[in-house]
Design a protein around this ligand. Structure first.
Ligand code: CLR
Length: 264
């Protein structure tokens, strides 16, 4: 499950038909995306719910806060990369994704994988006390103090708060994640037309699910969330750039290769 495994993937093997022509096909498409989400989401909601009482103690928080800046960056980069790997796995099972060229698959993952991680973060977020499941317990923003990017952390927590207020079902999260990833407006795409067709099918799927759930009004809010995601990711890139200038050695030799490949 490393980046090379991803690079060697052969699009030819995938013969999945991804143009939905009937409600039945749309339902199949939704079912595949939901299954892929479930199989790559690491924790079930009930499990996360049951872990909510596990909070970091004052001493543990202090231990994170007294880590050096580059040590904490490296630690978070490893955690994020791990989460990104699951998103890569999720993407591979979105009907149509594997039929895109390798270049386009990588281009979509480069810009979209962190956005999907942030969408997924809302599942790992407890809005009652604004904490996120990190390293086995629930952590508030103060845990990330030594990263020295309060604005980014605050924006990420705000986003998770806003997402969890939408109270999306697992199926809605799955389809929304797929839509965030399969976006024909991303830079560096070879075959935009093909990406657009896959995007349309995912859009149909999300519309179908929202219609079935009687929540068509959510579509508009979800598009708004997508704009926020874009700004969060550019803030992350900015921070990373700034960090790698200050700590070139950590960024160069201690960050996971996939993290460097996707974001550097
Ligand atoms: C998101 C959902 C994934 C599991 C997961 C793993 C790592 C977590 C991430 C979630 C949420 C955001 C997170 C991250 C580790 C560090 C990062 C808590 C829960 C915070 C916001 C720090 C970002 C630091 C960057 C500046 C490097 O399925």
């Amino acid at each position: 499950r490393d980046l090379m495994a991803f690079h060697c993937y052969n699009a030819q093997e995938d013969t999945y038909a991804f143009y939905p022509h009937s409600v039945r096909n749309i339902e199949d498409l939704c079912a595949s995306i939901v299954r892929s989400h479930r199989e790559t989401s690491q924790y079930r909601l009930e499990e996360l719910q049951a872990l909510r009482w596990k909070l970091f103690s004052r001493e543990e928080i202090q231990a994170y806060q007294s880590k050096s800046e580059d040590e904490m960056w490296q630690h978070c980069a490893i955690r994020l990369t791990d989460a990104v790997q699951y998103v890569v796995e999720f993407a591979k099972h979105i009907p149509g994704f594997r039929m895109l060229s390798q270049n386009d698959q990588i281009a979509l993952l480069k810009t979209g994988s962190l956005e999907v991680v942030l969408v997924r973060m809302s599942r790992f977020f407890n809005s009652e006390n604004s904490t996120v499941f990190f390293d086995g317990k629930f952590a508030g923003p103060e845990v990330f103090k030594s990263l020295d990017c309060v604005d980014l952390i605050e924006a990420v927590f705000d986003f998770a708060y806003g997402m969890s207020a939408l109270k999306l079902t697992e199926q809605q999260i799955a389809l929304f994640s797929a839509l965030v990833l399969i976006n024909a407006d991303r830079p560096c795409l070879e075959d935009r037309g093909r990406v657009q067709r896959v995007q349309r099918s995912v859009e149909l799927g999300l519309t179908h699910i929202l219609h079935r759930d009687n929540q068509e009004n959510l579509m508009h809010k979800l598009y708004q969330r997508m704009a926020v995601l874009r700004s969060l990711c550019s803030l992350h890139m900015q921070k990373l750039h700034w960090f790698s200038q200050r700590y070139p050695l950590t960024a160069h030799s201690l960050f996971p290769p996939l993290y460097k490949e996707l974001f550097a």
